[in-house]
Design a protein around this ligand. Structure first.
Ligand code: HPA
Length: 270
């Protein structure tokens, strides 16, 4: 057993296959920017799920992929229209739980801060710093549920992260098995000084939707991990300014790789 940079223990592959037989009854994929549909899904139903906390970002699409029960939800709606700070994260998570989801793979388009997080890189983050504000970020608000304080020492489910990381073995690309995700408010991108501060804080990636999604999944006891696709160098990490054209160019091919990885991971989840 060796220790990796992110403090997660690594095992030899034979032992790993034995250890990581993670059970997942129903898996949800929350698609972000660039993944508002999942044509690979053999659709069984598309439904509006009403929640006591309001509407979800869009329809919940249920179907089969790789023989598994999958629910797909586009975080920003389809077409992409709900900005990051206006997403009803609580309704999304509650609706997924009501559908019987016990495992969520979140897909997030992000900016890269760490030198290893260049455009087109896929990363499985292991930590989060939350810079968002004013978002409904808990079920335990004393109204919907009585006050409670959940543990978020490790914000992502480590077994699920490991399944995602190991799945890259069967893909024709590699991924980064670490990353501190800095969640910003958006929808604007950051200033150079803000990215410099985030770097000093230890952030490797910057995105707008990682929180409160991770918190809410933990509050509902749903295993949650994220697949981040770096679509641009963060502000100040390249010579020029960040353009949507540059982001769109990376999204097209990058999301194909994300889906390749998802297909392997889903097959491996039992
Ligand atoms: N900053 C914040 N969110 C993002 C970025 C970024 O540079 N790129 C994609 N999502």
């Amino acid at each position: 057993m060796t220790k990796s940079t992110n403090g997660v223990s690594r095992f030899s592959s034979a032992l790993k296959i034995y250890l990581i037989n993670m059970k997942a009854k129903k898996i949800a994929i929350i698609g972000g920017t660039g993944l508002t549909q999942l044509p690979e899904l053999d659709v069984i139903s598309e439904q509006v799920v009403e929640t006591p906390l309001g509407p979800t970002s869009g329809l919940l699409t249920e179907g089969k992929w790789q023989g598994k029960d999958i629910v797909f939800l586009a975080r920003h709606g389809h077409p992409h229209s709900v900005p990051p700070h206006k997403i009803n994260y609580r309704a999304n998570l509650l609706a997924l739980q009501q559908c019987g989801v016990d495992t969520i793979i979140a897909v997030n388009a992000v900016g890269g801060i760490h030198p290893l997080m260049g455009s087109g890189v896929i990363a499985v983050p292991h930590q989060i710093v939350d810079y968002t504000w004013g978002r409904e970020s808990t079920f335990f608000d004393g109204e919907f549920k009585p006050l409670d304080h959940i543990d978020l020492t490790h914000p992502y489910d480590n077994q699920l992260r490991q399944v995602l990381i190991d799945s890259a073995d069967s893909c024709d690309f590699s991924l980064q098995d670490f990353g501190v995700y800095g969640a910003t408010q958006g929808p604007r991108l950051e200033t150079i000084a803000e990215i410099d501060r985030m770097e000093r804080d230890g952030c490797d990636l910057v995105g707008m939707t990682g929180m409160p999604e991770a918190t809410l999944a933990r509050e509902l006891n749903i295993a949650y991990a994220s697949l981040c696709l770096v679509v641009n160098p963060a502000a100040g990490k390249s010579d020029g300014e960040i353009t949507m054209d540059e982001i769109r160019a990376v999204l097209a091919g990058g999301m194909d790789q994300v889906k390749q990885l998802l297909a392997v991971a889903i097959e491996r989840l039992q």
